[in-house]
Design a protein around this ligand. Sequence first.
Ligand code: HEC
Ligand code: HEC
Length: 426
Amino acid sequence: MKLPSKFVLFLSFFVVACKKEKSPNLLLLAGLIPKPYVYEWNLPPGFPTPRVPVNNPITREKVELGRFLFYEKKLSGNNTMSCASCHLQELAFADGKVNPFGITGEFHARNAQALVNVAYNSRQTWVNILFVDLEQQAHGPLFGESPVELGLFITEPEIREKLKQDSIYLEMFKKAFPDSPEPITITNIIRAISSFQRTLISGNSPHDKYIYQGQKDAMSASAKRGFQFFNSEVAECFHCHDGVNFNDSTFHENTSAVIEPLYHNNGLYNIPVTGNPPNNLGLMEVTGNPNHRGGFKTPTLRNLLYTYPYMHDGSMSCDDDKNPLHPLGKANGATNETCARQALGRVLDHYARGGNHSTCVAYSTPGGTKNPSYPCLSNTPQANVDTTLIRAFPMSAQEREDLINFLLSLSDEEFTKDPRFSNPRP
Ligand code: HEC
Ligand code: HEC
């Protein structure tokens, strides 16, 4: 096609003018240089833009590939498990178990976290202060040996061969990593999975509708009262469960200060000498610092309707007959709500009695029965429990009910059904 010469003249003049002005916007307007790629986050109202590592900019192609890889069983040593085996969408990407196990059957010492708004976490996992981003964390489940999770103990060329058996991957990797001569690498696998995980954003709960979307009736009167109690200096919850994710380690694009990752001991255990069970000492396991004994990352309170059992060791749950994931509960017609309500009641009773030191009842199954392995010898709190925040407070039956209703109003059913997050090849 030949352009009319007047137009060409105008165009070249325009280009020169733009260059002189050093105005990339005008050049962009003229469609003469490619637009810098901007990822469309489609964030829920009120949500800040997540921070993304400079060496792994997020693109649609990476997210799509990452979704396939998140559900890909070839990424385990014996092709039986994927990330999704312990992170199930219908449970807000938790797994409903006390402790999950990997391909060898070895149990994990800690409960599988829900993957909810993980893009905003300043640190990943319950205690590993060294996992600053999702890319670092992903090495754990793929290649970790204690415990073994996916047990992918083969070389990069072998992994490449395995994935190439599936014809869709070569094309998808090329699209996601157009500049890599050999795009199927461990680094790129991890970059794609991390990009997908950054899109797992949940922000459409009744509470969000009330706070950010102006829907005054989205929360019940009881849940609204519970929100006030949550934010009161009586219950003290908001000091640690704060901000858009109801934790205290959220950061995002416009966070100016580096947010200190905060780990707390919320008084779950008070075992003499070790404080916590010896195989689960909290942040101290990573730092070696005894002041970090029993310190765990504050979890988000979003989607508690789906993420029981709670706490790092899954020690707060409901009775089996109220648990829809247990045969007894199934037979009883139990639902997520019957379990979450009872389990949350136990969490609240734990906080209201100021943690486990104050009554010295149940060391390993809080709210439950005494565990003979952890006899009650000490009635003083562990030195590193923050007793200004974790201390007994009065709570009426109505306040307890209101607080449970508030906590449940943070659950986002859409998130557990969003087709963008589901297994692309069920
Ligand atoms: C065998 C079960 C299992 C498998 C498989 C598994 N995870 Fe996990 N995941 C866990 C457990 C347990 C934790 C908590 C780890 C800890 O604190 O020690 C966790 C924590 C995480 C976290 C931290 C979330 C947060 O809020 O801090 C991320 C992210 C994560 N997993 C991503 C993945 C990815 C990606 C894969 C696949 C490559 C994967 N997981 C496979 C069990 C599993
Ligand atoms: C000092 C900080 C702190 C305060 C105050 C606090 N929490 Fe927590 N919360 C935590 C930490 C840390 C955990 C995880 C502890 C663990 O697993 O060992 C946690 C866990 C939870 C969990 C379990 C979530 C899950 O997914 O496992 C719930 C629910 C919860 N807190 C609700 C509350 C409520 C309600 C209050 C107020 C009554 C409150 N918290 C006060 C720090 C705090």
